[in-house]
Write a protein that binds this ligand. Structure first.
Ligand SMILES: *Cc1c(COP(=O)(O)O)cnc(C)c1O
Length: 497
């Protein structure tokens, strides 16, 4: 099969799509990218009036080119049938004079469900296709959201086991309850006596321990990760850009081939990058609007061409965007540099050694042509939540509010009248306390009481998966030291847990 993917940092490190999904990251630390992406084209005319699942099949087949159409169809069906509370998967609604695509109707009420529902199936299909026998053990460190979405995605998927590590005391009450009550015969959850970085470096150490890898291999087991740099997470996110556009055309909000803007609350740059991929595949996008919170490293980068992670880290009310190294940006640099692997490699080496890099002028110009960046801090985020609710009766979560306000700022600043879509990444009930306080001021009590009260006061229903969380049986109680993580993983691998 054609090896249409390569490492961002080395054009000789080639891979098929299916092996890229399985490996997650290239051997030199680069990310897998499709070299001839601009030669692929999705014909939008063919997508009008298609369902989300039908669109997903067409787009995934184009991007994951060594999977057969039958395999893709099977994966899409397994991922999206009866897993999302809306048949449209990602419904689009009109709020004011903009549109909002809701990406939070999956099993954990956050946008990561869209990709993590299908990744496990793409992985197990890859196993079969590449004639690899044995079991995949997924290891994930989480600061809250990713872990639960990964657990739900891999739950009861044959041939896989998943272990999630989170910092004890470092996640919200709701997030902890979501993980501790996780069902599934192949799911493992462990709190770590340390912070998120300890959990993450612990996982990395296990991943790269040559002795352990060899030992597992001899027993037909390999490690993999559900990390957001995996192409198997990026590609499924392209679908909702096309889907949103098709719905706008169907409803008459835009004419076919009219351009639209997308505004995206951004952390690791995965979601918005999928928008850039959609544009390369032929979707008429005018601007991609990148919203940041107080951790505004991307805002600075897009406006100055200098990426600099040497700065204070802020804990914000939109925690899933609290990131100083946006890993998926590397893929944008690859395409914008004209696929110059050496240039990308040098920038990433600068980032590693000095914490910063500067892009060349022509690269900066290309980014300017496609992207607009804004940043919105706590007070304005809260005001946006309150104003939008008061004016339109629509309740934004803290992340989506950042993108919504960034779009407003963009419109005021540029006078651009293009029809615009905000991607909504979480249910407001996932961040009940912050949303409640934005509307009504200080909320004192426990998170679950606040959730109920928020629902009563706003008249908006709590998603089923969050509703009775505090009444579900706790199934995971393990706590371990960082240096015990490896033993924990071994016990799982050899069925002693
Ligand atoms: C992960 C996440 C984001 C950031 O998405 P990236 O792909 O990392 O840019 C935004 N909002 C929510 C709710 C998330 O969970």
């Amino acid at each position: 099969m054609e090896q249409s993917y390569e490492s961002t940092r080395c054009s000789n490190l080639k891979s098929t799509a299916s092996m890229a999904v399985l490996k997650g990251i290239a051997d030199d630390g680069g990310l897998y990218v499709m070299r001839d992406l601009e030669l692929k084209k999705i014909n939008i005319e063919n997508l009008i009036n298609k369902s989300y699942l039908e669109m997903a099949e067409i787009i995934l087949k184009e991007m994951l080119d060594d999977y057969t159409a039958e395999k893709i169809k099977e994966c899409v069906l397994k991922a999206y049938t009866n897993k999302f509370s809306k048949e449209e998967i990602t419904p689009i609604v009109k709020v004011g004079d903009s549109y909002i695509t809701e990406l939070f109707h999956g099993p954990t009420s956050a946008f990561k469900d869209v990709a993590l529902s299908i990744l496990p199936h793409l992985m197990t299909a890859s196993y079969e296709m590449n004639d690899i026998k044995g079991e995949v053990i997924i290891l994930t460190a989480t600061s809250g959201d990713t872990g639960k979405a990964a657990l739900e995605g891999f739950k009861n998927v044959t041939g896989t086991k998943i272990a999630v590590f989170y910092p004890d005391g470092g996640v919200s009450q709701v997030q902890k309850a979501q993980m501790a009550t996780q069902e599934g015969s192949n799911t493992y959850v462990c709190a770590i006596k340390g912070n998120f970085d300890d959990a993450q470096s612990g996982v990395k150490k296990i991943f790269t321990d040559p002795k352990l890898i060899k030992e597992l291999k001899e027993n037909n087991k390999i490690f993999s990760s559900a990390n957001s740099i995996n192409v198997g997470r990026l590609v499924p996110q392209i679908v909702y850009y096309f889907y949103s556009y098709a719905k706008l055309v169907e409803s008459g909000a835009v004419n076919l081939w009219d351009k639209v803007n997308f505004s995206v609350p951004t952390g690791n740059f995965g979601n918005i990058l999928a928008g850039y991929y959609a544009k390369m595949l032929g979707l008429p996008i005018h601007k991609l609007i990148c919203g940041s919170n107080e951790n505004n490293v991307l805002f600075d980068f897009i406006n100055t061409g200098i990426y600099d992670r040497n700065r204070a880290f802020h804990k914000t009310i939109s925690p899933s965007m609290d990131i100083l190294v946006s890993s998926n940006l590397e893929r944008l640099l690859y395409y914008m540099s004209g696929k110059n692997n050496e240039e990308v490699k040098t920038m990433m080496e600068d980032l590693n050694s000095a914490g910063r890099y500067i892009v060349k002028q022509d690269l900066k110009k290309k980014i300017d042509a496609e992207f607009y960046a804004g940043c919105v801090f706590k007070e304005e985020t809260e005001k946006t939540i309150k104003d939008t609710f008061d004016k339109y009766g629509y309740l934004l979560d803290t992340h989506t509010a950042v993108a919504y306000k960034t779009l407003e700022d963009y419109k005021a600043h540029t006078k651009d009248k293009t029809v615009s879509v905000v991607l909504s990444t979480a249910s407001p009930f996932k961040f009940s306390k912050s949303v409640y306080e934005a509307l009504y001021g200080e909320a004192g009590k426990g998170e679950f009481e606040i959730m109920m009260e928020l629902s009563e006061k706003t008249g908006i229903r709590i998603p089923e998966n969050l509703k009775n969380l505090n009444k579900k049986p706790v199934l995971h109680t393990t706590i371990c030291e960082v240096n015990e993580m490896q033993d924990y993983v071994k016990a799982i691998a050899y069925n002693k847990k």
